[in-house]
Design a binder for this molecule. Structure first.
Ligand code: S3P
Length: 439
């Protein structure tokens, strides 16, 4: 077990890079496997989650290697996927397993999936139900891993109106749609991150997306597209950037810049919320790279006030709620988050972990099945070191390490090795700008 201690720090300053975006990294590898020819990937996130997807694709017969500068995925299209000779272990990665289930379901192969302790408890019904509509036979442990997929030769195109706004479910259905002969139709109540749609379009698929004024989004994808291998430059991850950004917002006199971050507006809900709270966040050097908006984020320490987060914003900050809770502890008044029930299905039950752990410090926190409210209090100063178990959730670990930077007696996060699922350089990057971390 790795533990990291975080103790009160002076102001954070400097310019940093966070690693490549996790969602786009998974997709670049997976879509590279669907295309004809060579896909080259620059700035791939080399974290445990992404490597789980990479190794699974290798076991499915896809040739993936690293050159000095790029990763290369060589494929002859979806027909080249083979029966693996082992069970595919996706470790901690929900994105990896759910997207790969969609990929293999139309490939006429049999594939079994398993994960770590956390992934094995996560709900898979959300992807099993639509995939079964395509004629795929799926054996599961009561809608959980381990799962075996008996792929179909030509899947029936799925028409699915999801009750959940989830980019993982959407991407799973779209990947299945690549192998079917007709049009796959998918809708969700509020648009979730659209990297799969953007990347499929960039690689030559006929894909159309329609936004409605109430937030609903509908997608139509034509089956059997001739996807061509492309060059992807992965922007840096706004979800990872949220940790140093949050720490700079709450540690007096801090000022940092985070370079080349993905600023797709379906990923920037955290930044919109902290701006509404009075936070100094400025985006600059905006440009388009491989079909995504990219730019720099300038953050300064700010006096913050509590807000009510609009429910429609939830999908665009879904991964940032743990660190947003930490920011809310330093705002004047109450911050209210509702419509966040799916946080209970992440790498841990993030509502329970945030609420129970913040109560250990004495913060005034309330929760229900689908909400959290926090009353900020800058005067909380525990008399001794507080110990937090990450529960193998990288974002719980990083959130409390950021909170520790304001605590005289520090915070010790146990099972901190989980941070390498998404942000392997977290310790070094934070130390570089002045965070007082110890191993
Ligand atoms: C992801 C989608 C989100 C997010 C996860 C990554 C993706 O999950 O929480 O970390 O890459 O598609 P949901 O789609 O389940 O909300």
């Amino acid at each position: 077990m790795v533990s990291i201690i975080s103790i009160k720090s002076k102001k954070l300053t400097g310019e940093i890079l966070v690693p490549g975006d996790k969602s786009i990294s998974h997709r670049a590898l997976i879509l590279g496997a669907c295309a004809l020819g060579k896909t080259t990937i620059e700035n791939l996130l080399e974290s445990e989650d992404v490597m789980s997807t990479l190794n699974a694709l290798k076991a499915l017969g896809i040739n993936i290697k690293k050159n000095q500068k790029f990763w290369e995925v060589q494929s002859n299209g979806l027909g080249s996927l083979r029966n693996p000779d082992k069970i595919l272990n996706l470790g901690n990665s929900g994105t990896g397993v759910r997207l790969l289930m969609g990929l293999v379901s139309g490939c006429n192969i049999n594939v079994s999936f398993i994960g770590d302790e956390s992934l094995n408890t996560r709900p898979m019904k959300r992807v099993i139900i639509p995939l079964e509509q395509s004629g795929t036979e799926i054996l599961s442990n009561d809608f959980h891993l381990p799962i075996t997929i008996k792929g179909t030769k030509i899947p029936i195109p799925i028409k699915y109106a999801s009750a959940l706004s989830s980019a993982q479910v959407k991407s799973c259905v779209l990947l299945n749609g690549l192998t079917s002969t007709g049009n796959t139709l998918y809708s969700e109540p509020v648009k979730s991150r659209d990297h799969t749609e953007r990347m499929l379009h960039y690689m030559g698929a006929e894909i159309h997306s329609k936004d409605f004024s109430n937030g609903k989004n509908e997608i139509s994808l034509k089956g059997l597209p001739n996807l061509r291998g492309k060059h992807f430059v992965i922007p840096n991850d706004p979800s990872s950037a949220a940790f140093p950004a949050a720490a700079a917002l709450i540690i007096p006199d801090s000022e940092i810049r985070i370079k080349n971050v993905c600023l797709n507006n379906l990923r920037t809900g955290f930044y919109k919320s902290v701006i509404e709270m009075g936070g100094f966040i400025k985006f600059s050097n905006k440009k388009s790279v491989s079909g995504e908006f990219v730019g720099d984020i300038h953050v300064k320490y700010s006096k913050l006030k509590g807000i009510v987060v609009p429910e429609k914003r939830v999908p665009s900050m879904i991964d940032e709620f743990p660190i947003f809770c930490i920011v809310a502890c330093f705002a004047e008044g109450e911050t209210v988050m509702t419509g966040i029930e799916d946080l209970r299905n992440k790498e841990s039950d993030r509502i329970e972990e945030m609420v129970n752990n913040l109560k250990k410090f004495g913060y005034c926190v309330k929760s229900s099945s689908n909400s959290i409210s926090i009353i900020g209090n800058k005067n909380i100063k525990p008399k001794k070191e507080i110990i937090i178990d990450s529960k193998f959730d990288h974002r719980i670990a990083m959130s409390f390490l950021c909170l520790g930077l304001l605590m005289e007696n520090g915070i010790k996060v146990e099972n901190a090795e989980t941070i390498s699922t998404s942000f392997p350089s977290f310790y070094d990057t934070m130390t570089l700008i002045g965070a007082n971390f110890r191993k």
